[in-house]
Design a protein around this ligand. Structure first.
Ligand code: TXA
Ligand code: MG
Length: 378
């Protein structure tokens, strides 16, 4: 069907075409470049930009999570990007620009609502879906008619895009199925030897990915909750729908899927994850009882709690995501703690649910996915 299938093999487990590992057989030396997040060293950015221009892969910090960047207009670089991440080829990355004007050549039209959102929320954690122009290679958009674009709010990311002289396609810089990386160390754990360079600009501020809004339909639909709260977007747009996936408490059927990412497994720690939702006293009582019964079965239990509740649990490991009254810190530490608790080799992770307000909507969406919808209502 596609000319690209010359390179691909069919993975029966996930039923998609993938780049065979053999094409990755030459392990790369991954260059580590330290940069100040406020005053990035132009020499380091220049090295990274040269790599992007030559079709290579560079991980870099954004305000949300680390991205793995490649020249968005270079089809070969994009295929290498999918291979390095082991990402299914039907799940397109987000294109990052350094100036709203740059989207002109990438899209067919900029709807008025998009202009309003760009004016208000760019640079920042908001990705918009447009109908794309012919300039964008099919590989970059996984054959879709639409493209996801955002302008990040991070000096390192913006300088890298400017110096590269091209829009940069960048999915989160993790191996497919792992939590998104919020530090260069996380990127190194997943991708060392598979990519050309990592720009280390310290831990990311927001900690969850950008909010994705589809403007190719009217009224617009929020496809993925993230760093820009739904409430803030709704205030500006008036009419904004939440895709049922955003608050889903079980796997969606295929016909309900609007964003390729919705059908792929995500944030799945090695351990079984159970999410307990409800009023705080009932949640803590339920988690205590669950932890006790797993302990009796000889299982090692990890608990993801909050500042207010962490001292009431006894388990192999208890970690606090932060205060229930500050969902921004909960979002900021979520992926780091999912990685840390999984590294303790526990058998079961029991997580407390949080409020779905503001950044809480993104937190709950990620926790529900991490639990593979194993949700208990306390
Ligand atoms: O904050 C972020 O968005 C980070 C940083 C690096 O910018 N990037 C990120 O990229 O999270 P990624 O590739 O991990 O997630 C992109 C999401 C996926 O769920 C994908 O399915 C969706 O955007 N997406 C991409 N193109 C799309 C399209 N044309 N229509 C609908 N969804 C799309
Ligand atoms: Mg991702």
């Amino acid at each position: 069907m596609h000319q690209q299938h010359r390179f691909l093999t069919f993975d029966r487990q996930v039923e998609i075409w993938v780049m065979p590992e053999s094409l990755l057989s030459i392990m790369k030396q991954t260059l580590l470049l330290n940069v100040d997040s406020e005053y990035p060293d132009p020499a380091a950015i220049q090295i990274a930009a040269d790599i992007i221009r030559r079709g290579g892969l560079v991980a870099f910090p954004t305000e949300t999570v680390y991205g793995l960047g490649a020249d968005a207009l270079n089809a070969e670089a994009i295929l290498a990007l999918f291979a390095a991440k082991k990402r299914p080829l039907d799940n397109p990355p987000i294109i990052h620009v350094a100036d709203p004007k740059e989207i002109g050549k990438l899209v067919l039209e900029v709807p008025i609502k998009a202009k309003v959102l760009m004016e208000k929320f760019w640079p920042g954690p908001l990705t918009l879906i447009f109908n794309h122009s012919n300039l964008v290679p099919r590989e970059t958009v996984a054959g879709l008619d639409t493209v996801a674009i955002r302008m990040p709010k991070h000096k390192v990311a913006l300088e890298l895009i400017r110096q590269s002289g091209c829009p940069i396609a960048a999915p989160s810089a993790n191996l497919a199925g792992k939590p998104s990386p919020t530090t260069a160390q996380h990127v190194h754990e997943d991708l060392n030897g598979r990519i050309d360079a990592i720009l280390d600009g310290g831990a990311t501020i927001i900690g969850v990915e950008s909010t994705v809004v589809d403007l190719s339909v009217d009224p617009p639909i929020l496809l993925r909750p993230g760093g820009t709260p739904f409430e803030a977007l709704q205030k500006v747009l008036g009419d904004l729908k939440l895709h049922p996936f955003v608050e889903a408490e079980q796997e969606l059927s295929l016909h309900q899927i609007r964003s390729p990412g919705m059908k792929h497994k995500h944030y799945a720690p090695k351990a079984e994850v159970i999410l307990v939702e409800g009023k705080v006293p009932a949640v803590t009582a339920k988690i205590k009882a669950l932890a006790e019964s797993y302990k009796l079965e000889g299982k090692k239990v990890g608990i993801l709690a909050s500042e207010e509740t962490q001292t009431c649990y006894h388990a192999h490991v208890v970690k606090s995501l932060g205060s229930r009254s500050n969902l921004a810190t909960v979002a900021q530490s979520l992926f780091r703690l999912l990685r840390e608790i999984d590294a303790e080799n526990v058998d079961v992770i029991i997580a407390e649910g949080f409020s779905s307000e503001g950044l809480g909507l993104a937190v709950m969406n990620r926790l529900r996915k991490a639990s593979a919808y194993h949700i208990i209502k306390a």
